[in-house]
Write a protein that binds this ligand. Structure first.
Ligand SMILES: Nc1ncnc2c1ncn2[C@@H]1O[C@H](COP(=O)(O)OP(=O)(O)OP(=O)(O)O)[C@@H](O)[C@H]1O
Length: 311
């Protein structure tokens, strides 16, 4: 087992005096090469801070980050920029593509900036796996959100980085596009031995990972391997029992979906159907007991029943 990145005694504080916030508190953490790791936790638990430090985008208050064997903290600016460019790939929630460039130009941009030659065989392989072949000459505005994020995935993998970091990479996508991006990240680990680290609120997204670490108040409080969505939701409801923040509401919501036997995709389709039925503004009928799940009309009632349950 080799280690792609390592955090040692990592602490990050923001502010000073009475307003100091400890985002990470003496965290030790290793990213295993060739694995898909997800970092989960409620809002404010330190997920993005940990990922930004691991990716050498920010500096710790104390502690050290290693990318492979390289201690990042002691590096001068220029080699650090080169390390980020050559050894790390990023996928952001907001895609972060250059609007004036085509999909192909966006994908090869880091290689062009580095003045290197594009490996056309590798380019072709990634583009085909991502289904982007016929979109390569289009600008980001001419692509769907899912296609834009697939371009961002291709860009992140183009220079075969040691680690690809994703910060809520499916946060702006519908469930179909999210499934495509997550499926690709999974495949990049299985087929290309890529190392992937992803921050997510979403147990469904995290269920694609080999390993899920849970953060709370700047500490790693738990870890699961090969967990299903339901196992992750169970762990989250034990680890984060508060009901007063958005992430926990999301957990509770997702947990009900699992209890109802709905996947998030089904739930979304059901809600869309219900909304279409009641688009004219007429008040929806109250939910009934004994809903027939095979009946198309009843999908709307299922949605209402679930919404009533979630209320
Ligand atoms: N630049 C900053 N200045 C001050 N406080 C910050 C800054 N960045 C993060 N924090 C604080 O550090 C803590 C951890 O933030 P972080 O963004 O890492 O959490 P998170 O788990 O990623 O949250 P979310 O899921 O909402 O993105 C929070 O209390 C946050 O308010």
């Amino acid at each position: 087992m080799s280690i792609a990145a390592r955090a040692q005694g990592l602490t990050k504080t923001y502010g000073s005096g009475s307003t100091v916030v400890t985002a990470l508190d003496n965290v030790d953490f290793e990213v295993v090469s060739g694995e898909f790791t997800a970092i989960m936790g409620p809002s404010g638990s330190g997920k993005s801070t940990l990922m930004h430090l691991l990716a050498a985008l920010d500096t710790p208050t104390s502690g050290e980050i290693f990318i492979g064997d390289t201690a990042v903290g002691r590096m001068a600016d220029t080699p650090l920029t080169e390390l980020r460019r050559d050894r790390i790939g990023f996928i952001f929630q907001a895609f972060n593509l250059v609007p004036t460039l085509s999909a192909r130009e966006n994908i090869v941009l880091p290689i062009s900036i580095a003045g290197k030659k594009v490996d056309e065989q590798w380019f072709d392989r990634i583009v085909d796996v991502l289904g982007l072949r016929d979109r390569l000459n289009h600008k980001p505005a001419e692509l769907s959100g899912g296609q834009q994020q697939r371009v961002a995935c291709a860009r992140a993998l183009m220079n075969r980085p040691d680690i690809v970091f994703g910060d809520e990479p499916t946060g702006n996508l519908d469930s179909t596009a999210a499934g495509e991006v997550l499926g690709f990240l999974r495949r990049s680990v299985d087929d290309f031995q890529q190392t992937v680290v992803m921050v997510t609120h979403d147990a469904h997204a995290a269920s694609y990972a080999d390993r899920v670490v849970f953060l709370s108040d700047g500490h790693i409080v738990h870890e699961l391997r090969g967990a299903t969505q339901e196992e992750l939701l169970n762990a989250m409801s034990v680890l984060y029992p508060r009901t007063d923040d958005a992430a926990t509401e999301h957990v509770t919501h997702s947990h009900h979906l699992v209890e109802l036997g709905e996947t998030p995709e089904e739930s979304e389709a059901i809600d869309a159907h219900a909304d279409a039925l009641y688009r004219d503004g007429s008040p929806p009928p109250p939910p009934r007991d004994g809903i027939d799940e095979t009946d198309v009309e009843s999908t709307a009632e299922r949605s209402l029943a679930r919404r009533a349950l979630l209320d």
